[in-house]
Design a protein around this ligand. Structure first.
Ligand code: 13P
Length: 304
């Protein structure tokens, strides 16, 4: 028998003792999602963190997500079971580069995807997530240029949806970019009735083949509300756990077998237990950066 159930018992006991809450993203390992108090997309997790009463937040996701929780809850302790769970996309923009771009376009509004470090949010006007990027950009007066960082695929998607031209960055998510249009076409040949739903971090070629382009929580809602029996899913494969659980009578095919995010999968039950035992690894943001980053995040939360 595996030792996993034992971990679950110990985690639940210690979680109560420590007055902790476990938040997990849909891309986490199945057993991590199952032990979490709340599983959500990046917006849902930020909102959940902002309203928690718990003393400690065990954040099962990647670094920028835990950082966002720390910014929104300065009086709570935010712990990440593995501090090495980073996001390559978030690291594709630096303060120096963005400051340079801002000087080049002094009247531009900076809209920054939540997949970014706190110091980038701190020099941005608005934060956005994949579920509200279109809405955030639409709220900006049409005569103001918009610098959109760091995801070029999400940025292009927003351009198409809003009809606005944005000043785009060069970042991308390596996991979503591993999904190829040919992968979708092949699966469609085998399952012609399958609906295709993809995340806006996918390439334009992939997005063009989709019936629905939405965030992770949008994918979950679309599948639930659509009559089709077969779905091709174009995002990180961890989401299939929740989709299968919620819709046992439907068939889910991952668009590619390469959509496993190595960072998201660094968190395990064992590491969650150690995190609760030793109160590690604390994620903090310097107060001056946190205060400025909070402004960009709160402006987004007010809009949604
Ligand atoms: P969601 O906003 O859909 O949770 O996406 C987050 C993410 O990191 C996608 O790669």
């Amino acid at each position: 028998m595996s030792a996993q159930p034992d971990f679950a018992v110990q985690i639940n006991r210690l979680k109560k003792e420590r007055q902790a809450v476990i938040l997990a993203h849909y891309y986490q390992r199945s057993e991590v999602q199952d032990i979490a108090d709340y599983v959500g997309d990046s917006l849902g997790l930020a909102q959940q963190a902002a309203r928690t009463e718990a003393r400690i937040i065990i954040f099962c996701g990647v670094h920028f997500m835990a950082e966002t929780a720390a910014i929104l809850c300065p009086d709570r302790q935010v712990l990440m079971p593995d501090p090495h769970a980073g996001c390559p996309l978030a690291n594709m923009v630096t303060v120096r580069e963005l400051e340079k771009k801002k000087k080049q376009y002094p009247d531009a509004v900076v809209v920054t995807y939540v997949n970014s470090p706190a110091d980038i949010k701190a020099i941005s006007d608005y934060c956005c997530t994949s579920s509200n990027a279109v809405k955030v950009v639409q709220s900006i007066p049409p005569d103001r240029p918009v610098i959109f960082v760091p995801d070029k695929s999400l940025g292009r998607y927003v351009e198409r949806e809003t009809g606005r031209q944005l000043i785009l960055w060069h970042g991308y998510c390596p996991t979503h970019h591993r999904i190829l249009a040919s992968d979708i076409k092949e699966k469609k040949k085998k399952y012609p009735n399958a609906r295709v739903t993809v995340h806006p971090e996918c390439t334009e070629d992939v997005i063009k083949l989709a019936d629905k382009v939405v965030s992770t929580s949008g994918i979950i809602k679309y599948v639930r509300e659509t009559d089709a029996r077969e779905f091709i899913i174009g995002t990180e494969m961890g989401i299939l756990h929740r989709l299968k659980k919620d819709n046992p009578d439907k068939l889910f095919l991952s668009a590619s077998r390469l959509t496993d995010c190595p960072n998201m999968k660094l968190i395990t039950l064992e590491k969650i237990l150690w995190s609760l035992e030793d109160l590690i690894y604390e994620i903090t943001v310097p107060p001056d950066i946190a205060a400025r980053a909070q402004g960009a995040i709160k402006r987004m939360l007010q809009l949604v």
